[in-house]
Ligand binder design. Structure first.
Ligand code: AMP
Length: 220
């Protein structure tokens, strides 16, 4: 059975960090729509040029574009044995489209990371990321531990844009929780803990949702 995981939660909840670690230990791809868009911006593609202004305002890129990107990505061979989706779906329309894409595949496991508003604002204001590889930086350091690139603030992590992103989350993305909440494979975890504790809770939630916990996707 493939482990098809989606990570939900507001900006700053730690979805990217947890998704990255989880995907690495299971040997499945992490698919982050924010990363895909930022790569397009850096590469200067037509998509990147259109997406940049929207992202810098903290708004959402259109459902049509996002659904196309995710459909194409999930249809690739490496996603057949499972994936961790980070940053998608962000609207009910995206969630409905994802159900269609997944129609003949193993069920989605949905994990919602819950973090109080004040903690999100604090985290986003102090978050530093690597200008070269996009990894999260360690607070207080100047260089990326992974590639020694320079740590910078994300252009959409400044105060005004953070407020807008959290507002957009509340109006457009929160309804996605209600879309999934009644499914037997839906779980909530407390994201306001140290990363190792969150990872332990994530593993437990996935096991409870029906997928065995084994490294690198090996089934017992
Ligand atoms: P993230 O890195 O997930 O916080 O995403 C950064 C920005 O990319 C968001 O603020 C949106 O502008 C855009 N974005 C990422 N994923 C989506 C999505 N599923 N739907 C619409 N816009 C998205």
């Amino acid at each position: 059975m493939a482990l098809n995981l989606i990570m939900l939660g507001p900006p700053g909840a730690g979805k990217g960090t947890q998704a990255e670690r989880f995907a690495r230990t299971r040997g499945i791809p992490k698919i982050s729509t924010g990363d895909i868009l930022r790569e397009s911006v850096q590469a200067g593609t037509a998509l990147g040029q259109r997406a940049k202004a929207v992202m810098d305002r903290g708004e959402l890129v259109s459902d049509e574009i996002m659904i196309g990107i995710v459909k194409e990505r999930l249809d690739r061979d490496d996603a057949r044995s499972g994936f961790v989706l980070d940053g998608f779906p962000r609207t009910v329309r995206q969630a409905e489209a994802l159900d269609e894409i997944m129609a003949a595949r193993d069920p989605l496991i949905i994990v919602d990371m819950v973090v109080p508003h004040a903690e999100l604002v604090r985290r986003l204001a102090s978050r530093m990321v690597c200008a070269d590889c996009g990894a999260n930086g360690v607070p207080g350091e100047l260089e990326c531990r992974r590639c020694t690139g320079k740590l910078v603030q994300r252009t959409d992590d400044n105060d005004a844009v953070v407020i807008e992103r959290l507002r957009v989350y509340n109006t457009s993305t929160k309804p996605v929780l209600d879309f999934y909440r009644m499914r037997p494979t839906f779980r909530s975890i407390n994201g306001a803990q140290p990363p190792d504790r969150v990872m332990a809770d994530l593993n437990a939630a996935i096991e409870a949702a029906g997928a065995p916990v084994t490294p690198r996707g090996v089934r017992p």
